[in-house]
Write a protein of this length. Structure first.
Length: 462
């Protein structure tokens, strides 16, 4: 194998593959260094297997609601191992595809842990490789908190290794991983308890999202223990117990999953040898063009501490390669107004400013809202709510935030995000003919603002 390359990508996850692919297409000599499975977190222990489990949970929910439409259908059995086996086969097909694609693209794959020797030299398994451009795309990993008994719990990575379904499971953390896995496990028949130190679920999302999702989770039977300061885990005769700083505990769990955040995969890289700066939390600071403080060394994806989404890493990698090799010197990713989805039950879709953020950043803000029971559940006795919010700024009411929760919002946001990115106003939304009957028509038929903010003073809509 050649030892010198035009570009070396450290990490064969979404970001590393994206920048390597683009560079290879430009005719450059490219290598990827990876110590684990190609595809990174998203393919192996993240987006892909999670979405398969979400679809399984949705199928279980559809069976439960079949009687609403006069169908005598019940789930007589559920085979967890069969689901896992088919899921892993699907994941394996994706990793096999990437292995073949990378080989066909002429990209060299170096297996092992990368360690910097200097700003142009990487060592892997006692072999040294050099490159004009080195891209760090090592992603992140789930954290275990420094509390007694933490090792009794598992991480989201470990969840995908489960060969048997826990019947009584605890999730600790009310961010997107905690609420997603809670919904999946509850729908598939486990008893679920969610613990969180915050007093609401999805605390960084718009308040409307948190409120509607919390009520929906309670309606599903998920036990929420919010404002619960976890002090540790204990093994008892009845199972694992979750203990609090207040001295109380709740036990009997077959499994406990920590969903308390992720940390950057940077400690093993010996970045000091190259002079690359690190934040205290291990993330790598970069400028608007993914450049670190060292010329020729770049970072992208979760390791930078920016928006931790697969498409963000992919977009950043492609734009970086275009700038370096395709004569596009201004090519960079705009991190503003990035759409995102949480695959909870029901799903959440969000883009732009929350109501609280908009009221602080803009002189004039108008809030449009709609909450309703979607037609999918019109014949059901189980309460279901879809909620939508448009946040508009200025006299022209430019849409600067959109927040959705309900069946189908995960798919509908993509189209609306194009309009918002282009600077659409509320009037542009109003000028679209609604598609009826759909949930998404609510976004183009809201007529009157429910709240207005002038500077930071809330005034009732006229």
């Amino acid at each position: 194998m050649k030892k010198h390359f035009d570009l070396i990508a450290i990490g064969a996850g979404s970001g590393g593959l994206a920048v390597a692919e683009k560079a290879a297409q430009a005719g450059k000599r490219v290598a990827i260094i990876e110590s684990q499975s190609i595809g990174g977190t998203c393919v192996n222990v993240g987006c892909v297997p999670k979405k398969v489990m979400w679809y399984a949970a949705n199928t279980a929910e559809a069976i439960k609601h079949a009687a609403d439409f006069g169908m005598g259908i019940t789930a007589s059995s559920f085979d967890w191992q069969a689901l896992v086996q088919r899921r892993e086969h699907y994941v394996s097909n994706i990793t096999n595809y990437w292995q073949e694609y990378v080989a066909d693209s002429g990209i060299s794959v170096i297996t092992g842990e990368a360690s910097f020797i200097d700003q142009q030299t990487i060592e892997v398994n006692a072999e040294r490789y050099t490159a004009e451009h080195i891209v760090i795309a090592t992603g992140g990993k789930p954290m275990l908190p420094p509390v007694p008994g933490a090792e009794l719990g598992m991480t989201s990575d470990d969840f995908f290794a489960l060969q048997h379904q826990p019947k009584n499971i605890a999730l600790i953390g009310a961010g997107y991983i905690g609420v997603e896995l809670s919904g999946v496990m509850q729908s598939l028949g486990s008893k679920v308890t969610l613990f969180a130190m915050e007093d609401k679920v999805l605390p960084v999302f718009d308040q409307m999202i948190s409120e509607v999702l919390e009520q929906s989770m309670r309606n599903q039977g998920i036990e929420l223990r919010l404002g619960y300061q976890v002090s540790g885990l204990e093994q008892t005769a009845n199972g694992i117990a979750v203990c609090s700083l207040a001295g109380t505990s709740l036990g009997g769990f077959d499994a406990v999953i920590w969903a308390v955040g992720r940390s950057a995969n940077s400690a093993q890289l010996n970045l000091a040898a190259a002079g690359v700066e690190l934040h205290d939390n291990g993330t790598i600071p970069v400028d608007d063009y993914q450049k670190t403080n060292v010329d020729g060394i770049y970072a992208l994806g979760d390791v930078t501490g920016k928006i931790p989404l697969t498409p963000v890493a992919v977009a950043a990698g492609r734009k970086l390669a275009d700038r370096l090799f395709n004569n596009l010197p201004a090519s960079r990713l705009d991190y503003n107004q990035v759409p995102s989805v949480v695959f909870s039950h029901p799903p959440v879709a969000s883009m732009g400013l929350t109501e609280a953020e908009a009221s602080r950043q803009h002189l004039l803000v108008s809030i449009y809202e709609s909450q309703f029971t979607p037609m999918r559940y019109a014949l059901s006795d189980t309460p279901q709510t879809t909620a939508m919010k448009l946040i508009c700024a200025g006299e022209n009411e430019q849409v600067v935030g959109i927040h959705l929760i309900g069946d189908g919002v995960d798919e509908m946001l993509q189209g609306f995000s194009v309009a918002i990115k282009m600077g659409a106003s509320k009037a542009d939304f109003d000028n679209v003919v609604a598609i009826h009957p759909t949930s998404s028509e609510e976004l183009v038929t809201m007529k009157r603002p429910v709240r207005r903010y002038l500077k930071t003073i809330e005034m009732e809509a006229a």
